[in-house]
Each structure stands twice: as C-alpha cells, then as structure tokens.
Design a protein around this ligand. Sequence first.
Ligand SMILES: [Cu+2]
Length: 158
Amino acid sequence: MQVDRYERYWMWAASGMLALFLVAIVVTAVSGGAHPPSHVETINPETLDIGTEFATPGVVTAPDGSLTVVMRAELYVFKPDVVRLPVGRPVRFRITTPDVLHGFQIVGTNVNLTVAPGYVSEGTTTFTEPGEYLVVCNEYCGLGHHNMYSRIVVEAAP
Ligand SMILES: [Cu+2]
C-alpha cells in the first residue's frame, strides 16, 4: 500500500501525541493518586448514623468562632435542606453520601465538589453578599436527580 510521505508524517505525529497524552494520564494518575479532588478523607458510608458528625448534619461553630457546615447528600436530598449563615465569614463545608455519587455546587461561588460514598469532600468559601444561594447536585445520580437541590440563606450582619 502506497502512503504519501506527508501523510505518513502526520500519522506518526498523531500517534506520538496519543502516546504522549496516555503517558501524561498514567503519570498524573499514579503520582497524584486517583482520588476525589482537593481532599482525601475516608469514611464508612454504611455507618454514617453511628457516632459520626454526619449523624446530625448542620452548622457547627467551633470555640474559635470558625464555621463548619456538615452536610449529607442522599437520593435525592441534601441534609439539612436549608442552611443559614452569616455574611463575610469563611465557611467550611464537609459533605459525604451514604449511597451514590452526587455533586455539591453552590451556584455563584467557588464551591463545586464531587461527593462520593466512602469519602468526605471539603470546600471553603466566604459569602460576600447576603441573599439566597442555590445548591444543586451536578452529578447525575438517578431518576430524582433534577429535584436534588437545597438553599443557603446568607444573612446580613445585625
Ligand atoms: Cu444528582
């Protein structure tokens, strides 16, 4: 079979790029660890109700005044479904799920987490504007996925 010289060059160039991308994927997956992004903390998804912070999700204020929101993503709800927070303070979100893969995106902020069973996902943000923020699941999780949302109400300082 006769293949034109320039066509052969391009075939080699394309094959080389494919090999390069494959090597890049393998190297980053092995060296960085193929885990959910930004935070690796494991938890048994079958025993969330037994002695973990996720048994009673909600807003936790530490003695130093820092705020942590403990949440659960389940088919097809977020718990708690409404979270009230003050404006202008850093807030840490900790979220996990007992069932399937979910997303946790607070629209209009930098928080966009993958919530996988067996892992605790964490993200931090500061709400600079009071108002109501929509939280959506952005990973298709089943037939009720489109109804999976909650709200964060950010209240102005008194
Ligand atoms: Cu979903």
